[in-house]
Design a protein around this ligand. Structure first.
Ligand code: HGY
Ligand code: MN
Ligand code: MN
Length: 433
C-alpha cells in the first residue's frame, strides 16, 4: 500500500512514491527553451507569443498526463486529478510561466512543473486521494511588462477592480485594460473570473528563493512565513526638450537630471531603512523612458518605474510617502512638473501558519535541513492567501541570483523540493476539513 495511516490519523506516503526526476527535469528544460535569448536568458513577457507558447506546452503536458484541463478567460490553466469525492475542495499547487525580460529559467517554472510532476506521480502510483488535486499556472505573475504583478491569481482571488489597472501600461504604450478587453474581460465581468473559495482546500507553491539565505545557511528547503508586498509607481518628470549645444546650463529644464536625483534619493533612503532592525525596505527604479532620448537634445521627459517593497506595511508606506514628496520637491526646485501615477500598492501577506509545521515535519522526517523565513519576492501565493490556506516551499538560488540568466538551482534541489511538495499535498488532502 503506497499510503499508510498513522495512529495519530496522519497519512504518510510510502517511500516507494517518488517523483520521476528525469521527467521533471526534461519538462523543465523544454519550458526553459521557449523564449531563450542571449547568454541563456529567458524572456516570456505576459501575453507575448513566447509566453503563450509556454502555456500551450503546459496544456499539452497536462493532457498527456491525463489531467482534466481547464483554462479560464484570462488564461489561467488548471490541470485536475479527481479524488474519491470529486465535489470536495481541491488542493492546488502551482506558480507561473511568464518571466521578466532576460530572466532566468527557474523563477516560476520550477513551481508549475514541480506541481505537475507531483500530481503525475500521485496518478502513476494510484495514490488514493480523498479530494481533487490541481496543478495551476497563473497568467502574468511578473510585473515586468505592465508594472502590475500577480495578474491571474489576483483576478482568481477577486482582488482586481478595473480602476486598479488605469496606470498599467507597457513600454510601447499598450494598456493592460485594452489587452484584457481584447480577451473579453471587462469591468462588469471581472467577478466572473473569481474562483469560489469553497472549491479550494489549500494552495501550495514551490519556488526558487531568489535570495542568498538558503545557500548561506546551507539549507535545502525554505518554509515561507510571509511575503513582502510592493508599492509600484510611475513617476513622470516633464521639463523642456532643447538643444544640447546652444542651451546655457542655467536655462535648462532637464527632466533626466531630475530623475537621476530621485533615483539616488530612493537608494539612499532605502539603504538607511534597510540598516534598521525591523521595517527593512528595498527600493528600485528598474525601468526608465526618456524623450526625445537622443544624444544632442536635453531630455524633456523622463518616466521612472518605481518598485518599493517591505515585509512591514507601515515602513513601506512611509518610504513611499517620502519618495513622492521628494519627487515633488525636485520638480519644484527645477521649475519642471512631475506626475506620480500609482500602479498598485499591496499589503505584505502572512502565509498560513498551520501549513508551516506540516512542511517542517516532512523535512524533519527526511532529515532535510530547512529554514523558516520570509520572502522578499512577490508570488501568486500572496493572492491565493486571500481566499484559502496558502503555503510556500523554497529551494536555494545559487549566489541568491534571480531575474538574470545567471539564475540557477541544482537539479537535485529542485527534485527534492518537488518531492516535499508532493508529500505536503497528500498530507493536506487528508487533513480533516
Ligand atoms: O518581482 C517579484 O517579486 C517576483 O519575482 N515576481
Ligand atoms: Mn520573478
Ligand atoms: Mn516568481
Amino acid at each position: 500500500m503506497n499510503l499508510r495511516r498513522q495512529e495519530d490519523q496522519r497519512y504518510l506516503l510510502s517511500e516507494s512514491v517518488v517523483i520521476n526526476k528525469q521527467r521533471l527535469l526534461s519538462d523543465l528544460n523544454a519550458i526553459s527553451r521557449i523564449g531563450l535569448g542571449d547568454h541563456g536568458s529567458v524572456t516570456r513577457l505576459v501575453f507575448s507569443i513566447k509566453e503563450l507558447r509556454s502555456r500551450q506546452l503546459l496544456i499539452h503536458l497536462m493532457t498527456q498526463a491525463g489531467l482534466k484541463v481547464h483554462v479560464d478567460r484570462i488564461g489561467n490553466i488548471f490541470g485536475r486529478l479527481n479524488g474519491a469525492n470529486p465535489k470536495a475542495a481541491a488542493v492546488l499547487a502551482g506558480s507561473h510561466l511568464d518571466s521578466v525580460r532576460q530572466g532566468g529559467k527557474f523563477d516560476g517554472p520550477v513551481g508549475v512543473i514541480g506541481a505537475l510532476e507531483a500530481v503525475r506521480t500521485l496518478k502513476d502510483n494510484r495514490v488514493p486521494l480523498p479530494c481533487p488535486v490541481e496543478v495551476v499556472c497563473f497568467v502574468g505573475e511578473e510585473s515586468s511588462r505592465f508594472g502590475f504583478s500577480t495578474l491571474g491569481s489576483s483576478l482568481l482571488a477577486g482582488q482586481v477592480r478595473m480602476e486598479d489597472l488605469a496606470n498599467a501600461v507597457d513600454a510601447h504604450g499598450t494598456k493592460l485594460e485594452d489587452v484584457l478587453a481584447s480577451m473579453g474581460v471587462y469591468r462588469d465581468n471581472l467577478p466572473s473570473l473569481r474562483r469560489d473559495p469553497n472549491s479550494v482546500k489549500a494552495y501550495l507553491e514551490l519556488h526558487i528563493e531568489q535570495g542568498p539565505v538558503l545557500e548561506a545557511k546551507k539549507k535545502k528547503i525554505g518554509i515561507v512565513t510571509a511575503i513582502a508586498a510592493p508599492t509600484r509607481l510611475r513617476v513622470i518628470f516633464t521639463g523642456q526638450a532643447d538643444h544640447s549645444g546652444t542651451t546655457p546650463m542655467e536655462m535648462r529644464k532637464d527632466a533626466l537630471v531630475a530623475a537621476a536625483q530621485l533615483i539616488t534619493y530612493i537608494e539612499e533612503l532605502c539603504s538607511k531603512y534597510s540598516a534598521m532592525e525591523k521595517g527593512r525596505v528595498v527600493g528600485t527604479v528598474g525601468a526608465m523612458k526618456i524623450e526625445p532620448g537622443v544624444i544632442n537634445a536635453i531630455p524633456g521627459k523622463a518616466e521612472l518605474s518605481v518598485d518599493i517593497r517591505s515585509i512591514s506595511g507601515e515602513a513601506k508606506a512611509r518610504v513611499a510617502r517620502l519618495v513622492q514628496s521628494r519627487a515633488r520637491e525636485i520638480a519644484a526646485t527645477r521649475n519642471i512638473t512631475v506626475e506620480i501615477l500609482p500602479i498598485r500598492s499591496e499589503e505584505p501577506v502572512a502565509l498560513d501558519e498551520s501549513l508551516l509545521p506540516l512542511i517542517k515535519e516532512i523535512c524533519e522526517g527526511k532529515r532535510v535541513p530547512y529554514e523558516i523565513m520570509p520572502s522578499g519576492a512577490g508570488h501568486d501565493a500572496m493572492q491565493m492567501a486571500k481566499i484559502t490556506r496558502a503555503g510556500m516551499i523554497f529551494v536555494p538560488s545559487k549566489k541568491g541570483i534571480s531575474h538574470s540568466p545567471l539564475e540557477w538551482t541544482d537539479p537535485e534541489e529542485i527534485c527534492l523540493g518537488a518531492q516535499i511538495l508532493l508529500e505536503t499535498m497528500v498530507r493536506v488532502a487528508y487533513e480533516q476539513s
